[in-house]
Ligand binder design. Structure first.
Ligand code: ADP
Length: 257
């Protein structure tokens, strides 16, 4: 469970610095020190169902990065039935984005944890211009670069992919009845638990999520193109391992710059 209470007071990022008790802002000196040389943010970008979570899980261990999925963090709050969970439950069920301020604060808190030392994968963040601008500020203040990989998927395939999606309620492993079925129908390969359909994977809600993507998230393609960080990987048909090897190549090129 992620604890964002410390930063949930609605402060702007620039005012969200840790204080040393004397009212002195020690932010610049304290948070830059957790990152190893060469640490950066890998932003997996794409519509719902493009495979961001799958790619993050394939790459995270070998990179030694932290995997930060804002959707997972929010679902943890819902499962914990805490104040944030109650605030976001209806929005998520309806396929709407939750407020920028909330996710910005969650991400700010999360990227300061020790497991982000080598860098982190952002899966599902940023999703609005406000989030992208806030992230830009957070990264610049920490001296971190970013690489954006846009997983481009033929729009018509997304609804089919999402309705076929199943998840283990215990370990979070994702399955897809079209491309990655569990070994035993309806059961998680790892936990043996009964797989579930996420409430927001119902078709009506999927359409709303795609609308939210179109209106609020897709414009970020131009935003990241403009700052030179955008790279595209065609993710409509290729198996996840093939896509992962293309992402690896982009990471190598990024590191070799
Ligand atoms: P997907 O990418 O398939 O939509 P996620 O797990 O990333 O799945 O997100 C599920 C839901 O969580 C979104 O529909 C939205 O309600 C909420 N959410 C996740 N990340 C964000 C974000 N960065 N900004 C606003 N809402 C978010």
């Amino acid at each position: 469970m992620e604890d964002v209470r410390r930063s949930s007071s609605g402060r702007k990022p620039a005012e969200g610095a840790e204080e040393d008790g004397l009212g002195v802002d020690t932010e610049a000196s304290s948070f830059s020190s957790i990152y190893a040389p060469g640490a950066f943010a890998l932003i997996l970008f794409g519509p719902p169902g493009s495979g961001k979570g799958t790619q993050a899980k394939l790459l995270v261990t070998e990179l030694g990065f932290a995997h930060i999925s804002t959707g997972d963090i929010l679902r943890d709050h819902i499962a914990a039935e805490d104040a944030i969970g109650r605030q976001v439950m209806a929005m998520m069920k309806n396929g709407q984005l939750v407020p920028d301020e909330l996710v910005n604060q969650m991400v700010e808190e999360r990227i300061g944890r020790p497991d982000c030392e080598n860098g982190f994968i952002l899966d599902g963040f940023p999703r609005t211009l406000g989030q992208a601008e806030n992230l830009g500020w957070l990264l610049a203040a920490r001296g971190l670069g970013h690489l954006v990989v846009h997983l481009a998927v033929d729009y018509n395939k997304l609804v089919g992919r999402l309705t076929a999606r199943r998840q283990c309620p215990q370990c979070g492993t994702l399955y897809n009845l079209l491309s990655k079925s569990p070994l035993v129908a309806g059961r998680c390969d790892i936990e043996g638990a009964n797989l579930v359909i996420r409430p927001d994977d119902q078709e009506m809600v999927i359409r709303k999520r795609l609308e939210a993507y179109d209106a609020q998230t897709r414009p970020l393609i131009e935003y990241f193109r403009a700052d030179g960080s955008l790279h595209e990987v065609e993710a409509s048909d290729a198996p996840p391992q093939v896509i992962a090897s293309q992402v690896r190549q982009l990471i190598e090129e990024y590191r070799g710059r």
